[in-house]
Design a protein around this ligand. Structure first.
Ligand SMILES: Cc1ncc(COP(=O)(O)O)c(C=O)c1O
Length: 430
């Protein structure tokens, strides 16, 4: 199909369900499932902190014929012919990424956040080197040194937690562990931490032992891009991020670093840990960066934070405990022990009424990771739908009623109808 015809065809679509309904996808088995999933997304309230709804433009770019192109290497230095156009796409993505994050160097090829972290470690560490990262149970990520992950088997891992009482990053502990174990790399950044991360403080501690500092900003990248959370630069040597969370781009990742590490990082991505880049996704990342550079993105991110704070405060008023006392960003963890319900039971109760979230350990959780004592709530998706403070109060009420009446089928059926009605007022793809 010629690209012009393709563009024309795509410009006629206004929603993913319309894309699915067209005869473009002849495979009815998959077509049905895409339609079902589109409908599920439209008719449920998504409180999963790591998810968002990217724009139609981002989806169009990632569904473009750029998926067909092999382009191992980097702009100007490819191992395949025919990369002239692709080179332009990647160069634009790199420049936009650098501008957005004030980064000296950017690699836009990592397929996902885990691959970005793997490449970053591969660039600066040898097997057996010591790394210091935040434990998964206290808010870190699997790739920050968990034993079931490559990071926990390849490297000698030391883990920090949070302060047992405040549930904030405990810089006294982080410094003591750093001085005692002299890690080669300190990893900061989290999957489930609701307070501001002090990158400067991390860098001061890293300097004491000559460690490198890596900031994994996967969750807060959108807030950083909007200037609503301190930037990891100039403090961190490396920053990795996914592009699909608060940043609201396609599923994928990026690595940014100081100039001195640029060559090592690029080599660690390709040929170190990846082959051909997903050029369609890189085009979609470029589109997302362009969107994030628009002033409207800052307004969106402001609303994400206000919404998270409103939701957390509304739940606190209903007697729910919030880990670390509240939130400065897009997410927070609800400690459900005072309500006598496990994270898993709450996640199921909420799913039954069409509210999706992820159960989560609370710091120093005594419940098993499969059960947990908490749930993690985030507002990127609901904010993208246009919801504001009034809706957050309504969502808090729906959440509370679904959890408290989780055994009452009639009550749950009524709440489901209210969830659907709210979703209808805020369609994802208008
Ligand atoms: C802090 C952090 N780093 C890395 C990742 C990994 O990203 P991916 O799922 O794209 O591999 C996540 C994903 O949730 C994350 O929260």
């Amino acid at each position: 199909m010629k690209q012009t015809a393709f563009s024309k065809l795509f410009s006629a679509f206004t929603s993913p369900s319309q894309i699915a309904r067209t005869s473009m996808i002849q495979d009815t088995t998959i077509l049905d499932l895409i339609t079902k999933e589109s409908n599920r997304q439209e008719t449920t309230l998504n409180l999963i902190a790591s998810e968002n709804n990217c724009s139609i433009e981002v989806m169009r770019a990632s569904a473009s014929p750029l998926t067909n192109k092999y382009a191992e290497g980097y702009p100007g230095k490819r191992y395949y012919a025919g990369c002239e156009v692709i080179d332009e796409v990647e160069k634009i993505a790199i420049e936009r990424c650098k501008k957005l994050f004030n980064a000296e160097h950017a690699n836009v090829q990592p397929h996902a956040g885990s691959q970005a972290n793997m490449a970053a470690y591969f660039a600066v560490l040898k097997p057996g080197d010591t790394i210091l990262g935040m434990s998964l149970a206290e808010g870190g990520h699997l790739t920050h040194g968990h034993p079931v992950n490559f990071s926990g088997t390849v490297y000698n891992v030391v883990q920090y937690k949070v302060h047992p009482e405040t549930h904030l990053l405990d810089f006294d502990e982080i410094e003591a562990l750093t001085l005692a174990h002299k890690p080669k790399l300190i990893i900061c950044g989290a999957s489930a931490y609701s307070r501001t991360i002090d990158f400067e403080r991390f860098a001061q501690i890293a300097k004491k032992v000559g460690a490198l500092l890596m900031a994994d900003i996967a969750h807060i990248a959108g807030l950083i891009a909007a200037g609503l959370h301190p930037s990891p630069f100039p403090h961190a040597d490396i920053a990795t991020s996914t592009t699909h969370k608060t940043l609201r781009g396609p599923r994928g990742a990026i690595i940014m670093c100081k100039k001195e590490l640029a060559e090592k990082i690029d080599k660690a991505v390709m040929p170190g840990t990846q082959g051909g880049p997903f050029m369609n996704v890189i085009a979609a990342k470029a589109v997302a960066f362009h969107e994030a550079l628009d002033p409207s993105f800052k307004e969106y991110q402001k609303q994400v934070i206000v919404n998270a704070q409103t939701l957390a405060q509304s739940l606190q008023k209903k007697g729910y405990d919030i880990v670390a006392g509240g939130t400065d960003n897009h997410l927070f963890i609800v400690d459900l022990r005072s309500k006598n319900v496990s994270g898993r039971a709450a996640e199921i109760a909420l799913a039954n009424v069409g509210i999706t979230c992820s159960r989560s350990c609370i710091p120093f959780d005594t419940a098993k990771p499969w059960i947990t004592s908490g749930v993690r709530f985030g507002t990127p998706s609901l904010s993208t739908r246009g919801m504001k403070e009034a809706e957050m109060k309504q969502v808090a009420d729906l959440v509370d009623r679904a959890i408290m009446h989780r055994e009452d089928a009639d009550a749950l059926a009524g709440i489901s109808q209210e969830v659907k009605a709210l979703c209808e007022l805020f369609p994802i793809y208008k």
